[in-house]
Ligand binder design. Structure first.
Ligand SMILES: *Cc1c(COP(=O)(O)O)cnc(C)c1O
Ligand SMILES: [Zn+2]
Length: 438
């Protein structure tokens, strides 16, 4: 396992202009790939690890030509999906005209009922990403990876997945006319298998767990059998990851080009949380929002809480765990971006917390009952952690707070399987009265 340690803020520079470029690849403002650990730069390509130190590569941009007010106007005049932010993403300028699933611009719901229940007075919002084409936040990252796959001439889209990603890849490939071949553990829930298979791509069950699936995919990339294949979360990972920045952009624009004070984000690999921070930093540097402090809070389920365990222990390395939780979309026991999440939570004055499966279910019901939003288990994790952090005084209820719901409750019906009929009656008014419901 490679060990990733922080090297301070210098390694987080996001506007580095590349010394090297690949003239055949047009990915808009993306200038190069830059190592997050040592800063080594390489031309844009389907690579994800630094050849010098094995650190993760991320996109370095050239935003130097942008005028703040012109950029703001261009974004506001853009389409009601993530491509309104094309000037800030590794995609060609005409991306909106290409066949893609066009996710994003999901609702930012002012959750006044939930705020009352939790005692939040500073404004509480739910960013509801269940509204994406395949009903999870994964459409944002897959849409980016698809554009990178197109730019690099790949014809097959692939991934290792525990469910949400498989569906997003299947749908994006179908729309764009790519072949898709997706790998999942063979014993996934039937609902997730159907959700991934319905788009007509190939779906392969691997006899093993998610880690085995991942290892298999890494081998396939190095083999002639995987030639021409873009694995969205492996060899296209630097591009894929940038999709999460759009959550930060949307939240700020929907708040009237304002930073939230506090934001609660679920953690699986930790990629989403780190890129939300990257997105907020970019908006500040570009002058699109006022430069003021914000706090990022990470949320995990107790049954898979390697990052919150490290946070609470004051460690800056993350010890892998064997997942055992109903929040399966977050069940990554060895999160690649874990150390960066710890850095961000500490740097911004946030925290990482976890909740039990029982608290996850209670939180799903709380959100549904107060706001009419049916979240998947990952949303139960963020709402549950928000409640816990308010009760422990870590989250300040007098500040503007945004909680992410990253998926649709219809995908994880089992979590609330005990919910059902209030009563069964005969079709008569007497029977209705007898049931005590009049
Ligand atoms: C994948 C996923 C996340 C976040 O994953 P990261 O690996 O941390 O980026 C959050 N919620 C849902 C529902 C997901 O499927
Ligand atoms: Zn490096």
């Amino acid at each position: 396992m490679r060990k990733m340690r922080r090297k301070g803020l210098a390694s987080m520079a996001v506007q580095t202009v590349a010394s090297t470029s690949n003239p055949t690849v047009d990915l808009g403002p993306a200038a190069a790939l830059s190592c997050r650990e040592c800063g080594h730069q390489v031309p844009l390509g389907p690579v994800f690890a630094c050849e010098e130190c094995f650190g993760p590569l991320e996109i370095a941009y050239d935003f130097s030509a942008y005028d703040t007010e012109e950029l703001r106007k261009r974004i506001e005049a853009g389409p009601a999906n993530i491509w309104r932010y094309a000037p800030l993403l590794p995609v060609p300028a005409d991306v909106a005209d290409k066949p893609n699933i066009n996710p994003g611009w999901t609702k930012l719901v002012k959750a006044d009922n939930l705020a009352r229940e939790l005692g939040v007075t500073g404004g509480l919002y739910v960013k509801d990403d269940s509204g994406n084409p395949t009903h999870s936040f994964k459409d944002r990252v897959v849409a980016q990876a698809l554009e990178a796959a197109r730019a690099f001439g790949f014809t097959t889209l692939s991934c290792s997945s525990t469910g949400n990603l498989a569906g997003a890849v299947g749908a994006a490939a179908a729309r764009a006319g790519f072949r898709s071949c997706v790998f999942i553990p063979h014993d996934l829930e039937q609902g997730k298998v159907v959700m991934a298979a319905v788009y007509g791509g190939e779906l392969v069950g691997i006899q093993g767990n998610y880690d085995d699936v991942n290892r298999f995919c890494s081998e396939l990339i190095g083999d002639p059998a995987g030639e021409g294949w873009g694995f969205v979360n492996v060899n296209l990972r630097p591009y894929y990851a940038e999709g999460s920045k759009t959550l930060a952009y949307e939240i700020c624009e929907q708040l009237g080009w304002r930073l939230p004070d506090q934001i609660v984000v679920p953690i699986a690999s930790g990629s989403q949380l780190t890129k939300i921070d990257k997105g907020l930093q970019e908006l500040i540097k570009l002058g699109l929002v006022e430069d003021k402090p914000y706090k990022i809070f990470g949320a995990q389920a107790e049954g898979c809480s390697p990052v919150s365990t490290a946070f609470k222990a004051g460690h800056d390395v993350v010890r892998p765990q064997k997942p055992n939780t109903i929040a399966k979309s977050l069940a990554i026991g060895n999160p690649a971006d874990g150390p960066y999440v710890l850095d961000i939570a500490r740097r911004t004055g946030g925290a990482v917390e976890d909740v039990t499966d029982e608290q996850v279910v209670d939180a799903i019901k709380l959100l549904a009952r107060t706001e009419g939003i049916f979240a998947e288990t990952a949303g139960g994790v963020t709402v549950g952690v928000t409640k816990k952090l308010i009760e422990s005084g870590v989250l300040d209820p007098s500040l503007t707070t945004v909680v992410l719901n990253t998926g649709d409750g219809l995908k994880t019906l089992d979590a609330v399987a005990g919910t059902g009929l209030t009563a069964t009656i005969r079709p008569t008014l007497d029977s209705f009265r007898e049931a005590g419901l009049a």
